[in-house]
Design a protein around this ligand. Structure first.
Ligand code: ARG
Length: 564
C-alpha cells in the first residue's frame, strides 16, 4: 500500500538544486551521473550533450560542465531581476497553490481531560500547528481535530469524587485539576467503598445516566477552559470548535465492532474481541492483535480511533489525515490504520501520515522534570519563558515602554519555545535549554526576530514604510545575488515541507535567509549606497527579506516585532 506511514524522510533527489556556492553557479544539475550509467556513456559526455541541447536563452548564462558530469547554471542579471519583481508582486512569495487542493484533517494536541496539560503535549500542539499553517499556505483546506481524551473508566472515580466533595460550587474545587485527579486516584486505590462506587459510576456514565453525564460534563468543561488558556497563551490556532473528543465517537463504537464482524475480521482472544491486521508480529513471532472490545464490554483507545477514522473518511470526506503524537504511539497508529483498511474504513485514496516526535529532555539528558522531579506544568513553563525573555530584552533595550516590553517578552519567549521545538529534526528527542533557545546568535528565534527588527530599523531610519514603488533590484555584489537566490527558494521550501511534514526544514531555511541577509548588509551599504537606484534596489532586497522572515516565521506560529 502506498501509505506514507513511517516514510519519515522519503523525498526524491531533486534534479536541479541550489549550488550554495557561487563557484558552481546558482544551480547545479547532478543528473548526468545517473543518466550516464543508464545510457552507458561517460557522464561528462552526457552532460556536454545536454548542454548543447539546452535552450536557456534569457534565463541563464551559457551552461558549464564541471567535474565528472555536473552542469552548472548561472542565472542572467535579467532573470534575477524578473525573479525579484515576481516576489515583490506576490504576497505568497512564490509559494504555489496546490493544483488539486485537498481536505486535510490534522489531529493534534489532543491532551487528556481532567489532567493538566504537560510538556509532552507541548510538542504535539506546536508541531501540529505549524503543519496546519503550512497546509493552508499551499492551498489545502484544513480541518483541525483536537482528539481530547475525555472518556474512559477513570471518569468513574473523578465523578464520584466530585459528588463527594460537593458538586454545588461552580467548579472552584476542580480548578486545580492535577490535585483533583490525584486525590481521586488516592481514594480509588485506598478506599474500598469509594472504589466500589467509582466502578458503579463508570456503568452509570456509559449507560448515559443524566446526572452522571452532567457531572462528567462539568469536569470536561473545566479542562477545556484550562486548555484554551494554554492555547491562547501559546498563540496557536486551536479553539474549542476544534475539539472533537473521544466521547463524541461513543455512538460509533458499536458500529465499528459490527463492521469488523461483518467482514469476518473479529476474533475472540481471552474473552476480548480482537482483530489481527496483516504484517504485525510480536517478538515471539506470533501475530499481534488490536483489541477492540474488552471481555466486560468496554471499548478501547483503538476502537475510538477506528470510529474517528471512519467518521473522517466518510463524513468529513478527507483526502489526507495527519496524526501528530509522540513516537511511542507509532505501533498503535500503524496497527489501527491497517485494521481500518481491512475493515474498509479507509483505502489508498486517503493518505495517512503519523507525524511522530521524540521526547523533551532536561539538560541532564533525562525526561524533562521540575527540580523536585514533578511533571512540568505547561502554563508555568510559558510564564517562565516570558519572564526570562523579558529580562534579556530589558537589558538589551531598556528604552522600551512597559507595554511594549510585555509584548516583546511574549513574542520572544513564546517564539523561543516554539522555535526550539521545531528547529530540530522532530523525530529526535530534544533537550530543553533556556540558554540555548534564548541565545541571540545561532539558529534561534531571537536571532531571526532580531534580523527582522534590524530590517524594520533600516526603514524607520529612512522614514519609509517599504521600498520605493517601482524600484528595481540589480544584482552587483555576490552577497546580493546569494540573498536574492535564497528569497527565490522560499516557495519551493514551503511546498516541500507540505509534503515532508518536517518543520525543521523551514527553520533551516530561515537561518540561511537571515545569515544571507547579514552578509549582504555587511557588504552592501543600503541607505548610503553609491547612487539612488542602487539604494532603492537594496531596499527591495531588505523588504523582501523582511517579508520572507515574517511569512515563514508565521508558518511556525511565531510573530515578529518592530523593535526589541
Ligand atoms: N490523548 C492522547 C494522548 O494524550 C493523544 C490522542 C492522539 N490522537 C488520536 N487520534 N489518537 O496520548
Amino acid at each position: 500500500m502506498g501509505r506514507a506511514l513511517g516514510a519519515e524522510h522519503a523525498e526524491a533527489d531533486p534534479l536541479l538544486r541550489p549550488s550554495g556556492n557561487a563557484k558552481f553557479g546558482d544551480f547545479q544539475a547532478n543528473a548526468a551521473m545517473g543518466l550516464g550509467k543508464r545510457l552507458g556513456r561517460p557522464p561528462r559526455e552526457v552532460a556536454e550533450r545536454i548542454v548543447v541541447e539546452l535552450d536557456l536563452e534569457g534565463l541563464c548564462e551559457p551552461a558549464e560542465v564541471a567535474g565528472p558530469g555536473f552542469i552548472n547554471l548561472r542565472l542572467t542579471g535579467e532573470a534575477l531581476e524578473r525573479g525579484a519583481a515576481a516576489l515583490v508582486g506576490d504576497a505568497q512569495m512564490g509559494i504555489a497553490r496546490a493544483h488539486e487542493p485537498q481536505r486535510v484533517v490534522v489531529d493534534y494536541s489532543s491532551p487528556n481531560v481532567a489532567k493538566e496539560m504537560h510538556v509532552g503535549h507541548l510538542r504535539s500542539t506546536i508541531i501540529g500547528d505549524a503543519i496546519v499553517r503550512v497546509q493552508e499556505a499551499v492551498g489545502h483546506e484544513v480541518i483541525r481535530q483536537n482528539h481530547v481524551g475525555d472518556w474512559g473508566t477513570q471518569f468513574g472515580m473523578l465523578v464520584e469524587h466530585l459528588v463527594d466533595i460537593g458538586a454545588t460550587g461552580e467548579g472552584a474545587h476542580i480548578a486545580d485539576l492535577n490535585a483533583f485527579y490525584q486525590e481521586a486516584k488516592k481514594r480509588f486505590d485506598a478506599d474500598a467503598d469509594f472504589n466500589g462506587r467509582a466502578r458503579e459510576r463508570v456503568v452509570a456514565l456509559q449507560g448515559g445516566d443524566a446526572e452522571t453525564l452532567g457531572l462528567w460534563q462539568k469536569l470536561v468543561d473545566e479542562s477545556l477552559l484550562h486548555m484554551d488558556e494554554v492555547y491562547a497563551r501559546l498563540g496557536v490556532l486551536l479553539t474549542e470548535g476544534d475539539v472533537r473528543g473521544e466521547s463524541s465517537y461513543n455512538d460509533g463504537l458499536g458500529g465499528v465492532i459490527e463492521a469488523l464482524e461483518a467482514k469476518g475480521l473479529l476474533e475472540e482472544s481471552e474473552g476480548a474481541k480482537v482483530v489481527f491486521p496483516a504484517g504485525f508480529e510480536g517478538q515471539d513471532g506470533e501475530p499481534m492483535p488490536v483489541i477492540v472490545q474488552k471481555g466486560d464490554g468496554g471499548f478501547l483507545y483503538s476502537t475510538t480511533d477506528l470510529a474517528a477514522l471512519r467518521y473522517r473518511v466518510s463524513e468529513l470526506d478527507v483526502d489526507r489525515i495527519i496524526y501528530v503524537t509522540d513516537a511511542r504511539q507509532k505501533q498503535h497508529f500503524a496497527m489501527m490504520l491497517a485494521a481500518g483498511e481491512m475493515a474498509g474504513f479507509v483505502d489508498e485514496r486517503v493518505r495517512t501520515d503519523h507525524v511522530t516526535f521524540g521526547m523533551v529532555l532536561g539538560e541532564d539528558g533525562k525526561p524533562f522534570k521540575t527540580r523536585d522531579g514533578g511533571t512540568v506544568r505547561l502554563m508555568s513553563l510559558l510564564e517562565e519563558a516570558e519572564e526570562r525573555a523579558g529580562a534579556i530584552v530589558a537589558e538589551k533595550n531598556p528604552g522600551l515602554s512597559e507595554a511594549e516590553m510585555g509584548r516583546v517578552a511574549r513574542v520572544v519567549g513564546i517564539g523561543a519555545i516554539k522555535y526550539a521545538d521545531l528547529s530540530g529534526d522532530r523525530v529526535k528527542d530534544y533537550v530543553f535549554s533556556w540558554e540555548r533557545m534564548l541565545a541571540m546568535e545561532g539558529n534561534t528565534a531571537p536571532y531571526l526576530l532580531n534580523a527582522y527588527v534590524r530590517i524594520r530599523g533600516i526603514f524607520r531610519k529612512a522614514a519609509l514604510e517599504g521600498a520605493p514603488e517601482g524600484a528595481v533590484v540589480s544584482v552587483g555584489h555576490e552577497a546580493e545575488r546569494a540573498l536574492l537566490l535564497k528569497l527565490m527558494e522560499l516557495g519551493s521550501v514551503v511546498e516541500r515541507v507540505s509534503e515532508s511534514l518536517e518543520p525543521h526544514q523551514l527553520c533551516g531555511y530561515l537561518y540561511d535567509l537571515a545569515t544571507a541577509f547579514h552578509r549582504f548588509y555587511e557588504h552592501c551599504p543600503v541607505l548610503v549606497a553609491e547612487d539612488a537606484a542602487t539604494r532603492d534596489g537594496r531596499l527591495v532586497l531588505c523588504e523582501l527579506t523582511g517579508r520572507g522572515l515574517k511569512l515563514v516565521l508565521g508558518l511556525l506560529g511565531i510573530d515578529v516585532l518592530e523593535r526589541m
